[in-house]
Each structure stands twice: as C-alpha cells, then as structure tokens.
Design a protein around this ligand. Structure first.
Ligand SMILES: NC(=O)c1ccc[n+]([C@@H]2O[C@H](COP(=O)([O-])OP(=O)(O)OC[C@H]3O[C@@H](n4cnc5c(N)ncnc54)[C@H](OP(=O)(O)O)[C@@H]3O)[C@@H](O)[C@H]2O)c1
Length: 367
C-alpha cells in the first residue's frame, strides 16, 4: 500500500447501544482533528446492530450521520435488515483492510471476528464474551497477532483504564506476573463501601439499584459472574490457563432460590443484614475491610467477598471505582496499581477509540 492509501482507515462498528453510540459520537467529534494531527482519516463504512445495518457499499458515513447515530441509534439513519451471514460476506469482500469493532454484548460474534481477522482486518472489542468463553476461541483470536493483525480489548476490563495493555507490556517484556488482586465491579464496590459505612446489606443493594448501578436483576451483579469473565480475560492475558467453569466464584451474599422473581429476591434481602453486618464487624475488629476481590495467579483464579488489610491498595477504594493491583517479579514489593472509573459510556468508548487508533497506527507502520 502507498502512504496515501494508508491515510484512510475503514472502521466497521458492530453494536449501536450505549457504548457504540458514544463511540460514534466521539469519532464524529474527533476525526477532523486526527486527520490534521496524525494524517489519518477514519471512515466509518458500516454500523450494524443485531438485525439492522447501514446500507453496505455506500460512501462512508458523514459526521452528521455519526452524530445522528450517537443520539438516536441505528433508527436515526438510513438502515436495512441483515443476517449474520451478510455481515461476514461483506467483511470478507471489503477492498481495504478495516478495524472491526465489537461493541455488542453478544455471545455469538466470535466466528465473525475470526472471519474478519482471516480476511486481514484488525479487531477491537469491548465485548467480554468472545474472550472469556472457551480457551480455544481466545487462542484462535490471539493467534492472528503473530500474523500482524491487531486484536485489542482494553475496554473489556476496567473500561478505559490501561489495564490490558499494562499487563501485555509486562508479559511481552519478560516480566513474570505473580498475582493480580482486583476490584472489577463498580456495583459491588458501591455495595462494599455502603457496608463499610454501616448501611445494612438490604439497603445497600436497593440503593445501588435505584442509582442505576445494577443490572435490572441485581443478582446478575451479585453473582460475580461479570467479574469472573473479566478475571478470565486477565488470566489469559498473562498466559495462565483459565476457564469460567473452573473459577472458584462466590457471589456477594446469598442469591436465594434459583428462579425466584426479582421482587421476591429483593423482599428477602433483610434476612441477610445480620450476617453481613457481622462479617463487616469481624473484619473491622482486625483492621480489615470487605472488598469483592478477583484474584488471579498462575495456580488459579478466585472471585468473592474478602477481608483485606487496611494497608492494601484495595482497602482505600471507595464507591464504584475499579482497581487492579499487579504483583510481578519486577513489581514484587509494591504492586503496580491501575485505578479509576471502571464503567460508563464516555470512558469505555474512549478505551475502544484508543484501541482503534492503535490498530490504525500499527497498520500504517507495517503495511
Ligand atoms: N456500559 C459500560 O460501562 C461497559 C463497560 C465496559 C464494557 N462494556 C461492554 O460493551 C459492550 C456494549 O455495551 P452496551 O452497554 O453498549 O450494550 P447495549 O446497550 O446492550 O448495546 C448492544 C448493541 O449490540 C447490538 N448487537 C447485539 N448482537 C449483535 C450482533 N450479533 N451484531 C451486531 N450488533 C449486535 C445490539 O443490537 P440490538 O439492539 O439489535 O440487540 C445493540 O445495538 C458490552 O459487551 C458490555 O459488556 C460496557
């Protein structure tokens, strides 16, 4: 490719929900500046949801279209139906290499992403599911890195925080990761802080729900399953074997009878207040605080409520912030700590955007 051709980078966005829309808004706001400062023109050539997409093969979306998408979703611009097969054929036939961005919450995009990589495209994900499902899929995706493709997934853990690339830098420069201790759920962090402040468990869960921090069913957060997915991604990034099914996972509190309605679960929460207050008190009596911690080591991965000593970086965490403390051969006495907001549309989309730019930069350099 010539330098002139390299200055144009195609972007295909799968997903136009909270994060996809925020991303498209950021691209519209920033791409003029990027063209001026980096000499790169980002062309968003297609945006797809699960059933609809912008008509393929047309001219790249204008800034006005991107802004309309950002505000109103796919319905706000010209769109037509598709099936998954069509998106795949489209990616395989694109005349120019592109960055394919998975900002869906789908567990069915892995094959499409593999096809995109096989067709020569780079891939960026905020979607945890393809990376935390079976280990063979993770390995198959990563194998393309050896063929010059970028597979970037910063926003899958800690939203826009530089967690994945920090870990990759450690591993790729020959450091040995010994342990990762991490608070990876804003919702669970919020509840832990409320417990520490003396709020009964039942009120803490309801407050998290009213503040919009929980999924519609709070048990989806309390189960720790989302944390477990992130922990699997951290472990695999370190080169450790990890599978969701093998994680020693304990939810925050008792999730009650399977199949109970959300209302029934919430109505029974008071029954747990006494036991939870006793756990908080027991931790306090030995200068510890309760945190929902994912621990990743070469030997295995755990996630659950844990008492941590006051001097540990996790103890100082308040509210919804995330924190990842990496202990390695080089960072043995004092862990390397990355901390800050671990969710939210703007920071997550910015993490995805930065990955897109890194993929574009790599492509310009090497091809
Ligand atoms: N929200 C955060 O703070 C945050 C932080 C870090 C990571 N993430 C991750 O970012 C991803 C997106 O989150 P979100 O909050 O934007 O989700 P969302 O609002 O539910 O949006 C998901 C989008 O993906 C589309 N979609 C589903 N299956 C698809 C497919 N097979 N092909 C193309 N599009 C498909 C959906 O289309 P339909 O409407 O047609 O179903 C929808 O437009 C998730 O994986 C989430 O875990 C979110």
């Amino acid at each position: 490719m010539t330098g002139q051709a390299d200055a144009v980078a195609g972007v295909v966005v799968l997903g136009a929900g909270t994060i996809g829309r925020a991303l498209l808004g950021q691209i519209a706001a920033r791409r003029g500046g990027l063209h001026a400062s980096l000499g790169v023109r980002l062309d968003v050539v297609a945006v797809a949801t699960s059933r609809l997409w912008t008509p393929p093969g047309r001219a790249p979306l204008e800034d006005d279209d991107l802004r309309a998408l950002a505000h109103g979703g796919i319905a706000a611009v010209e769109h037509i139906p598709h099936d998954d097969g069509q998106v795949r054929v489209y990616l395989e036939g694109l005349p120019r290499r592109a960055v394919v961005v998975d900002v869906t919450a789908s567990d069915a995009t892995a094959d499409l992403l593999l096809a995109a990589l096989a067709a020569g495209h780079h891939v960026v994900l905020a979607n945890k599911k393809p990376l935390s499902a079976d280990a063979a899929t993770f390995a198959a995706l990563m194998r393309y890195r050896a063929e010059g493709r970028m597979v970037r997934y910063e926003a899958t853990v800690g939203a826009g925080l530089p967690v994945i690339r920090t870990l990759q830098d450690l591993v790729e420069t020959g450091d040995e990761v010994l342990a990762i201790d991490a608070a990876l759920s804003g919702t669970l962090g919020y509840i832990c802080t409320a417990l520490e402040d003396g709020t009964p468990f039942s009120r803490a869960v309801r407050a998290a729900q009213s503040a919009g921090y929980t999924e519609p069913d709070p048990r989806d957060d309390l189960s720790g399953r989302d944390v477990a997915r992130k922990a699997v991604i951290l472990a695999r990034t370190c080169g450790f074997r990890a599978d969701l099914a093998d994680i020693a996972l304990a939810g925050l509190g008792d999730l009650g009878a399977p199949g109970a309605t959300v209302a029934a679960f919430l109505a029974g929460l008071e029954e747990q207040d006494g036991e939870m207050a006793a756990r908080v008190g027991a931790a306090e009596s030995v200068d510890q605080v309760l945190r929902y911690v994912a621990r990743v080591t070469p030997e295995g991965t755990t996630a659950g409520l844990q008492a941590v000593p006051l001097h540990h970086p996790l103890a100082g965490l308040r509210g919804t912030a995330n924190l990842v403390a990496i202990t390695s051969a080089r960072y043995r006495d004092v862990p390397l700590v990355v901390s800050g907001p671990g969710a939210g549309a703007a920071v997550t989309a910015a993490g995805v955007f930065a990955d897109i730019l890194a993929a574009v930069a790599a492509r310009r350099w090497w091809t």
